[in-house]
Design a protein around this ligand. Structure first.
Ligand SMILES: Cc1cn([C@H]2C[C@H](O)[C@@H](COP(=O)(O)OP(=O)(O)OP(=O)(O)O)O2)c(=O)[nH]c1=O
Length: 196
């Protein structure tokens, strides 16, 4: 039995390591992330994380534990995924300026027929940003591969006035919830970290 991270995200890999999980394999899911627009942001990420996990399981990992996640930012109900270009990053950051938004991460863990799936919400409030600050931030290159065009773990921290909920959920993985699920499957992170 192996532990499989169904994600190409370097942040998710680093967070699994931070949880004490040293030995896992990365298998990237190939799925179409375009879903029905009728779904709420919370439903959307839940559904996409399930699709990612199932796509990897079908590659011959039926006996393994598969972890998949998907993250979006939501502002008054509209979904902000990854910006397609710098103009879109500017538009997203202008929308987030001075406002509170939600970050939703869908998490799915599959082990054969067993499926754990949930969506975790974190509320984040940005201070007001000037156009110059947004331009500077885009020039750092940080926004382009991230939902909502920012990274709380990087320079984006300069914009975050307050946060309510799991910080790691904003980075793309609800670590506390994942630890609980893995515990139910017999993988105890604290014991692993202690070398047991
Ligand atoms: C809001 C925010 C998002 N992000 C990242 C987390 C996710 O990696 C990314 C959202 O894209 P996702 O589609 O969730 O993930 P991904 O494309 O990076 O990886 P994969 O589909 O293979 O699992 O945005 C941050 O790193 N910091 C932040 O503050």
């Amino acid at each position: 039995m192996e532990l499989i991270l169904a994600s190409k995200s370097p942040r998710r890999r680093a967070l699994l390591e931070q949880m004490g999980l040293r030995s896992f394999k990365i298998v990237t899911p190939d799925i179409d992330e375009h879903m029905e627009r009728t779904l709420s942001p919370a439903e959307l990420v839940g559904r996409i994380s399930q699709e990612k996990a199932k796509a990897v399981q079908a590659k011959g990992y039926e006996d393994d534990i598969i972890i998949a996640a998907d993250t979006v930012v939501a502002l008054e109900g509209s979904v902000l995924g990854k910006p397609a270009h710098e103009g879109e990053a500017f538009r997203m950051l202008s929308m987030l300026s001075g406002c509170r938004h939600q970050v939703y991460t869908g998490l799915t863990v599959l082990r054969g027929e067993r499926c754990f799936s949930l969506t975790e919400e974190t509320n984040v409030t940005f201070r007001s940003l000037s156009g110059e600050e947004i331009d500077w931030y885009i020039q750092t290159g940080e926004p382009m591969d991230k939902a909502g065009a920012y990274g709380i773990q990087g320079y984006g921290a300069l914009f975050v006035q307050s946060i309510q909920g799991d910080y790691y959920n904003v980075m793309g993985l609800p670590v506390c919830r994942l630890g609980e699920i893995l515990g139910e499957l017999g993988i105890h992170c604290m014991a692993l970290a202690a070398g047991k």
